[in-house]
Design a protein around this ligand. Sequence first.
Ligand code: GAR
Length: 189
Amino acid sequence: MSHKIAVFASGNGTNFQAIDEAVGCGEIDATIALMVCDQPGAAVIGRAEKAGVKTLVVARKDFPSKRAFEEKIAAALKACGVDYIFLAGYMRLIGKTLLNAYPHRIVNIHPALLPSFTGLDAIGQAFRKGVKVTGVTIHYVDEGMDTGPIIAQAAVPVKDGDTIETLESRIHEMEHQLYPKTIAKLLAE
Ligand code: GAR
């Protein structure tokens, strides 16, 4: 059965684009039924529109509670027949409403080797710590921040002379390979 997936993003959307391209070329056996963005004005919205992907833009401040915010998203997901959610730079903790609606069906990508460097600015945290190896983690989402069971990891060495920018660009390159590959495998199981 071909899956209907949703991608959640808050920012630039390069991972959304990598997933969309992998869907387009048949590497991922799925359609992106919905792109959910919590930041009106984010670049990912233009990418989704250009790709012809249906988009839901919802700002948390427009809802009285996290629960109401997530109920709106969950209703849109169900209406589109979504069966898996992939977070791609979605900078907000997933709450009980979505976790209960999609148990064991929400996956996140994080730009560090978890459990190290959770939360915001993981690449900067690793760089400033002076680690020699960092990387990318793909994991199931639970109620914690970057704490769910790990699905896949890839290491990225920190090279002499790296700046945050050069390191960041190699991490993103790795993300754009690892996320589509991992999604394809997960959906084929
Ligand atoms: C990616 O590096 C992703 O791993 C990170 O946000 C970036 C989004 O880039 N996510 C987190 O830090 C989640 N804790 P993109 O918008 O270009 O895909």
